[in-house]
Design a protein around this ligand. Structure first.
Ligand code: ASP
Length: 359
């Protein structure tokens, strides 16, 4: 049976053209992009397209546009077997993470890809990324179910879980890596799927315990129960030697701020300065949710390992385990969109909802 794929173009380098006057890269029309890939006609797969108007540089991505993307997927969910999203690389890991939480109960592939060089350039990486992403989105198992029923990023020969991925290079073709989780597939002469690492829908049962308060729940099939509401009252800050008390206290006292992703050292450590611990404890008392994510890309936060981390735990800081900063910040937006009570948000931050952390 022929697979049907919806190809969604949001913008990014893959579809850009060089402005002859300024030399800067600018987005251009989707039809133009497709005309650069005549190979698409050889696919057995039916490919329909949808484009953002105007296409954007992904530096302009926002929660509002994530909601738009989730709507596009939800509204066309029953018509297609899979979705490929062309996206700029700069914020692709944020979008993939956000969608992984928003598309609760997903049973079809949503594959994000892009490129480091525009598709019109001779040495472009865009063609391979696009063609293989479509192949992955269309792939099915012998029983007819999707080979990869989750949100992934395909780039430079590797398929990674979206909410485990981080942009690691601004100029190499190998732009993304999933530092704390194995690749879901590797593409060489053949595409090798690592089935043991791919999340099957039966493993998503934790999500059903998160009750949507959104009326959209009624509109879609039981399997897909998208959550469109995001609350972005969240900030990320990094610790560094010399960080100032007045600035941290200022952040924590910000009235509408609900959550902080704090980037700590090594296995989740912070300076032992009493003012910092007191400020964090004060934040906790005021209902702020503080998540500990390491500045290291690889490894896991273990707050009990050193005294410097243990104190954070005592102050009410929650471990971000081995998750990425992109997943932590988007998971907070998603949970805050669902729950007003910080305790509920804290509870689900400690749980693995869709493969984003190892607990
Ligand atoms: N600035 C571009 C974007 O993220 C970079 C890229 O696509 O690789 O849209």
């Amino acid at each position: 049976m022929t697979s049907k794929i919806l190809l969604i173009y949001t913008g990014g380098t893959i579809g850009m053209n060089q402005n002859p006057l300024t030399g800067a890269l600018e987005p251009f029309d989707f039809e133009h992009l497709l005309s650069r890939v005549p190979e698409l006609a050889q696919f057995q797969t039916e490919i329909a397209t949808y484009q953002f108007n105007p296409p954007i540089d992904s530096s302009d991505m926002s929660p509002k546009l994530w909601t738009e993307l989730a709507h596009i997927i939800a509204d066309h969910y029953n018509e297609y077997d899979g979705f490929v999203i062309l996206h700029g690389t700069d914020t692709m890991a944020y979008t993939a993470s956000a969608l992984s939480f928003m598309l609760e109960g997903l049973t079809k592939p949503v594959i994000l890809t892009g490129s480091q060089l525009p598709i019109g350039q001779l040495r472009t990486d865009g063609k391979e990324n696009l063609i293989t992403s479509i192949e992955i989105a269309a792939a099915r198992r012998a029983d007819g179910t999707a080979m990869v029923p989750e949100v992934g990023i395909y780039f430079n020969g590797h398929l990674m879980r979206g909410n485990r991925t981080t942009k690691q290079s601004a100029d190499e073709f190998n732009a993304f890596e999933s530092f704390n989780y194995p690749h879901l597939a590797d593409a060489g002469v053949e595409i090798t799927y690592h089935d043991e690492f791919i999340r099957r829908p039966s493993n998503t049962s934790l999500q059903t315990s998160v009750q949507p308060k959104d009326a959209y729940y009624q509109r879609y099939t039981r399997t897909l129960t998208p959550q469109f509401r995001l609350d972005n009252n969240v900030i990320i800050f990094s610790l560094f030697p010399g960080i100032r008390e007045d600035l941290i206290r200022h952040i924590i006292a910000t009235p509408n701020l609900r959550a902080i992703v704090m980037r700590t050292y090594g296995s989740g450590n912070a300076p032992q300065s009493p003012w910092l611990i007191n400020a964090l404890r004060e934040g906790y008392r005021r209902g702020k949710i503080i998540i500990n994510i390491s500045q290291c890309l690889q490894g896991c936060v273990q707050m009990g390992r050193y005294d410097t981390g243990y104190q954070l735990q005592e102050a009410g800081v929650i471990s971000g385990y081995d998750g990425t900063v992109e997943a932590a910040v988007t998971k907070l937006m998603y949970l805050q969109g669902k729950y007003d009570d910080p305790e509920q948000v804290r509870k689900y931050m400690r749980q693995n909802l869709c493969g984003e952390i190892t607990v």
